[in-house]
Design a protein around this ligand. Structure first.
Ligand code: ADP
Ligand code: ADP
Length: 235
């Protein structure tokens, strides 16, 4: 798989308020790196710089050594799968939404991804608000259900690079556990960046990076961070 790297990345949205002040880390091929830190620390910003919703002010984000700014948007989209915090669905069937990243997928593959993400029963339904004529096919999906659609899409797409941004945050505990195992399956062997609020959700990461005040305040494996500072046990 590809190697994803941040090299001395500086970033701000507003010039008077730096968000990232020289952030460097590598996600080795096929490994999982987790980023934790307080709300507003800039965690989601990292994913936006990979996907190029924004570009670094200085420094570089690279995939296999190549600056993402030199990668075409279609290749970037093909290489990366993202499960965002807030999933916005297209106004079409759930099956269409799941197939979106891989138009060539068969109905069986779409159904299997939906089943793994536990959204199978909704597959022919339409998100609420699409078309008042659809009658009983219209769905009112909760935030968690929408997130499961995004997870099904990612399972189907099986991209070389995965970005999971609080990927199970909107799910109840039982569903979270089940979805987590589906995500573990899809992330195995893929280059994965997990963004999380709580250290307890990223126990198995190959490395955990603690982002605070725009810099990497600490890094290590789960047990090392727990041993280093009891504070993180609460995160
Ligand atoms: P985290 O994911 O760690 O909670 P974010 O990366 O979402 O943090 O945001 C980091 C900081 O940047 C926050 O203070 C947030 O309010 C601010 N921010 C996020 N997006 C924008 C934007 N588009 N314009 C200005 N400020 C933003
Ligand atoms: P696509 O590349 O599939 O056409 P987008 O580029 O709009 O779609 O978004 C790619 C993924 O990133 C989607 O899952 C989307 O929900 C998410 N996303 C879109 N905008 C943002 C943003 N500003 N910050 C974080 N994630 C986003």
């Amino acid at each position: 798989g590809p190697v994803l790297a941040f090299e001395d990345v500086h970033f701000h949205y507003d010039a008077d308020r730096p968000i990232l002040k020289g952030v460097s880390f590598t996600v080795p091929a096929g490994k999982t790196i987790a980023v934790v830190g307080p709300s507003g620390a800039g965690k989601s910003t990292l994913s936006r710089l990979i996907y190029r919703f924004y570009d670094a002010i200085s420094g570089r984000v690279t995939i296999d050594g190549q600056d993402v700014r030199a990668v075409t948007q279609p290749s970037l989209r093909a290489a990366i799968g993202m499960v965002p915090q807030d999933t916005v669905l297209f106004n079409d069937t759930i099956a269409y939404n799941i197939r979106y990243g891989r138009p060539d997928a068969t109905d069986e593959e779409v159904a299997e991804a939906a089943r793994m993400a536990q959204i199978g029963e909704f597959i022919d339904g339409l998100p609420q608000g699409y078309d008042t004529q659809v009658g009983e096919r219209g769905l009112k999906l909760s935030g968690g259900e929408k997130q499961r659609v995004a997870i099904a899409r990612t399972i189907l797409k099986a991209p070389p690079i995965l970005i999971l941004d609080e990927a199970t945050s909107a799910l109840d505990t039982q569903t979270e556990r089940e979805i987590q195992s589906a995500l573990d399956t899809v992330s195995r062997g893929r280059t994965t960046l997990v963004i999380a609020h709580r250290l307890s959700t990223v126990v198995d990461a190959d490395e955990i990076i603690v982002l605070r005040d725009g810099v990497i305040a600490e890094r290590g494996r789960h047990a090392e961070l727990l041993a280093a500072d009891g504070l993180y046990a609460q995160m």
